[in-house]
Design a protein around this ligand. Structure first.
Ligand code: AMP
Ligand code: ZN
Length: 504
């Protein structure tokens, strides 16, 4: 495979906050400490984030992780970095622990449809969801199935280097041999001896030399739908392989930031590092950033355990645990009120408080435009701004940044209600920083600004729910949805081509 070792994109835009930028610090999971952020090849930054496995709708926990990386991406862009953001789509190879059946294959088998239909349906759904939450699209969104050739090449390289072995048509990474001169477990802190003892008995384990070895190529069972020809068998790649190959292809053998949820540290990211070290001879990323989990009423949300609440359910309020519907921007604001490395619990009280807080913030944005300047300034705008940047530079501490914005809200209200003033230039600087932070960095928009694309996306969701109700002959619900939408000013038409809506 040909590697792009240097990020090749155009220079020409200087950093807006050169001094602020040098102060950025990030918590590097690999180093287990906070470090100064120094890109390998400034002003370029390569950012790779593990994307979703598209076998079902994403749940709101997944949305939290992608929103956290959206904040990180937005802040890096705001600082003037030229970021290439790669977030993959896993469309093959993600195996269930218990029976090692590919998640996408399983869904296709159960629904009697093509795996690519499963992939298409949930990729489109994922994009719509990401738009609703105002997350910026990545620069490149590669899929695993489109990089089979590169994956087969990497397997061959690892085999050639003697760090993998073939067994009954499958290829396994030789963890023990690799560990002789590499630190397997360096990211997750797992101990190799414990791994050898504790690894559970899995289907096909007899093919492995050691229980800790992991498959980089799996021979397909006859009933397995997704399979490709490779020198070892008709089969499919191991899940961890795609991220090694696609991050290297688009960002180079060593790039700046690799991210994902904390639950991916082991085995996914640990195996990825091992594959890169074995195949390309170097570590994939300089900084590893991991986001913490979202819980609902104290329980971890997980697709595979069926405990996930979907964005649709949140937006419509149609879930037994929800007492009302919450707008995507309320949810986004709620998420940003917690630091990305802290756990966050969804519950109705906390979401209702966030709804009020978000409204107060957006009312202040509107109030800003009506403020008049004066001859003197009653506070120092630069000091206020400095604290805002200090918060974000401290490992993207959005809750502290939001607290500083609320200090801004207090100051806006003093100007509005008590006649306090800022000079013309101070007012302009304050207004610009306040608005830029809310819209560009935090990615928050008023519900009205959101109106065009977002409402369309929301309506698609709601009409889809209504169609689902109709399909199960639950006409009471489908009529209730139509009547409620009518009340809200939308006309719903059921026709041969499907259901459409228009504003009354
Ligand atoms: P998956 O589609 O399961 O591979 O997950 C996509 C991303 O969502 C990964 O980075 C996971 O770590 C992350 N994720 C999964 N569950 C949660 C959760 N409850 N809270 C936050 N992030 C999660
Ligand atoms: Zn990955």
């Amino acid at each position: 495979m040909e590697h792009l070792t240097v990020l090749r994109f155009n220079v020409g835009h200087s950093c807006i906050f050169a001094d602020m930028k040098t102060a950025l610090k990030v918590y590097n999971t690999l180093a287990r400490k906070t470090e100064e952020f120094q890109p390998i090849n400034p002003p370029f930054v390569g950012l790779y984030v593990c994307g979703p496995t598209v076998y079902s709708e994403v749940h709101i926990g997944n949305v939290r992780t992608f929103t956290s990386f959206d904040l990180i991406y937005r802040y890096l862009l705001h600082l003037g970095y030229k970021v290439r953001y790669v977030r993959n789509i896993t469309d093959v190879g993600h195996l269930l622990d218990d029976n090692e059946e590919d998640k996408i294959s399983k869904k296709a088998r159960l629904e009697n449809i093509e795996p690519m239909e499963v992939v298409q349906r949930y990729t489109v759904d994922f994009h719509k969801t990401m738009m609703l939450f105002n997350t910026l699209p990545p620069s490149i969104e590669p899929t695993a199935t489109a990089h089979l050739i590169e994956q087969i090449e990497l397997i061959q390289t690892i085999l050639d280097k003697g760090l993998a072995y073939e067994s009954n048509g499958s290829v396994y990474f030789d963890v023990l041999k690799y560990s002789a001169d590499h630190n397997y477990g360096e990211l997750s802190g797992r101990n190799i001896d414990e791994l050898l003892v504790n690894t559970r008995d899995l289907d096909g384990q007899d093919d492995k030399k050691h229980p800790a070895d992991f498959a980089i190529w799996k021979k397909a069972e006859p009933q397995h739908i997704m399979k490709w020809n490779a020198p070892w068998s008709l089969g499919f790649p191991g899940w961890h392989l795609e991220c090694s190959v696609m991050s290297t292809k688009y960002l180079g053998t060593t790039f700046d930031i690799h991210g994902g949820g904390m639950d991916l540290k082991f085995p996914h990211h640990e195996c990825e590092i091992a594959q890169n070290e074995a195949g390309y001879g170097c570590a994939p990323a300089k900084y590893w950033l991991h986001t913490n989990m979202l819980t609902f009423n104290g329980r971890k949300m997980a697709k595979s355990e069926g405990t996930g609440v979907t964005p649709k359910e949140m937006i419509t309020g149609n879930h037994p645990l929800l007492t009302q519907a919450y707008s995507p921007m309320t949810i986004r604001f709620f998420m940003l009120q917690a630091h990305y490395r802290s756990t966050l619990d969804f519950n109705n009280e906390a979401l209702q408080a966030a709804e009020k807080g978000f409204r107060r913030l957006m009312t202040a944005v509107k109030d800003l435009d009506g403020l008049k300047s004066g001859n003197t300034s009653f506070f120092t705008v630069e000091d206020w701004k400095e604290e805002l940047y200090a918060a974000m530079n401290d490992d993207f501490n959005s809750p502290i940044a939001i607290a500083q914005l609320f200090e801004g809200v207090r100051l806006i209200n003093l100007m509005k209600d008590q006649g306090e003033t800022l000079t013309e230039s101070d007012l302009a600087a304050f207004t610009s920083a306040f608005k830029t932070f809310i819209t560009d960095v935090l990615g928050l928009t008023t519900e009205e600004e959101n109106d065009s694309g977002e409402v369309d996306g929301l309506m698609d969701f709601i009409l889809q729910l209504r169609n689902e109700a109709k399909a199960r002959k639950d006409y009471a619900t489908s009529d209730e949805i139509r009547d409620k939408l009518n009340e809200l000013g939308f006309e719903i038409k059921d026709g041969k081509e499907g259901t459409t809506f228009s504003r009354k």
